[in-house]
Design a protein around this ligand. Structure first.
Ligand code: PHE
Length: 330
């Protein structure tokens, strides 16, 4: 028994000196110090020894127990200390902090948000329609004669004979008037598509904001008043503007609105920003609204060109290229 005890001590020392990782440390603990480990087993054997032997062995067996346990604890403490020192050494407080890349809203989205907010303040709600439209909503219901040049394959992306990518946001007027009874007062923002040669000035895709107000007593003066209130909020109260008579199949009378644009150090000029007019009675008939009872006005503006002017962007393609170096500036 005495011999067994001293052998255990030796093999414990040896095993401890070979511990290199948490797994081998755990193995050592299981082998020697656990309930079913060697040391406890020796205590079991001890129970079976004679009285005289107990006197002799008891002491050294207890010593073995304290020895192994304290060696084991020491070892763990040493490890913990090493770990904290290592960890402290690996923290370099002079390093700059980690920088998070925060995305931002696209400049066109920002412009749209701004326009939506202004019209919300003027009592308009917001309504959206699909980018894939029927020929009927995009042209027919809007009073385009069958041979109108805008229906030409050159301007329109046709999907098939009856469907196309909308060329303006005006078909959303049709959807809205079919769905809701007057009074209707809403703006309709969204993407529109034109089959044009891509250049610095034009792109196959851009954004418009459509406006529509239908009620029993809507006037052209109100249309002008609303648009003037809008551009003053958007461009500032000093903005110079004018209305010019124009033509659209779906409005009568029709006008276009220009603003005076004078970039710093450059010659000023009139710049067209939107089309507008009183909803043509034919359009009201097409959507089942009685033109004897109701009148309406409508307007539609392109977003890209005004945004480009406002920020001095000279190539429309930049707005669609998703080049982070460009987008970061806004
Ligand atoms: N839809 C016309 C365009 O794309 C603009 C417009 C809208 C004109 C509403 C009058 C009324 O040019």
């Amino acid at each position: 028994m005495v011999e067994k005890i001293s052998e255990t001590r030796k093999s414990f020392d040896e095993a401890l000196s070979k511990v290199t990782n948490p797994q081998s440390l755990e193995e050592l603990r299981l082998k020697f110090l656990s309930k079913k480990g060697i040391v406890n087993q020796l205590f079991e054997d001890f129970k079976l020894t004679s009285k005289e032997e107990k006197k002799l062995i008891g002491q050294i067996l207890n010593d073995l127990k304290t020895y192994t346990q304290s060696k084991f604890n020491e070892f763990i403490q040493k490890l913990e200390k090493e770990y904290t020192v290592k960890k402290a050494a690996s923290i370099d407080l002079t390093l700059p902090g980690k920088q998070k890349e925060i995305g931002s809203k696209h400049i066109i989205t920002q412009t749209l948000d701004e326009i939506k907010n202004i019209f919300k303040g003027l009592g308009f709600s917001i309504y959206e329609g699909p980018e894939l439209e029927s020929d009927y909503n995009n042209f027919e219901a809007l009073n385009f004669p069958t041979d109108h040049p805008a229906r030409d394959m050159q301007d329109t992306f046709f999907i098939n004979q009856n469907f196309l990518l909308r060329t303006h946001t005006s078909p959303v007027q049709i959807r809205l008037m079919k769905e809701k009874k007057p009074p209707i007062r809403a703006i309709m923002p969204g993407k529109v598509f034109r089959n044009e040669a891509v250049s610095a000035k034009s792109y196959c895709l851009f954004h418009q904001v459509e406006g529509l107000y239908v009620d029993t007593d809507v006037t052209f003066a109100e249309l002008k008043g609303t648009l003037v209130a809008f551009i003053k909020q958007y461009f500032g109260s000093e903005i110079k503007y004018r209305f010019r008579a124009s033509f659209f199949p779906f409005t009568e009378p029709s006008a276009e609105m220009d603003i005076w644009w004078q970039p710093k150090g450059k010659e000023g000029r009139w710049m067209e920003i939107l089309g507008c007019g009183m909803v043509d009675p034919n359009v009201l008939i097409n959507v089942g609204i009685d033109p004897e009872k109701y009148v309406g006005y409508a307007f539609g503006m392109g977003i890209e060109r005004t945004t480009m002017r406002k920020y001095g962007i000279d190539d429309i393609r930049l707005l669609f290229d998703s080049d982070i170096r460009f987008l970061k500036q806004f």
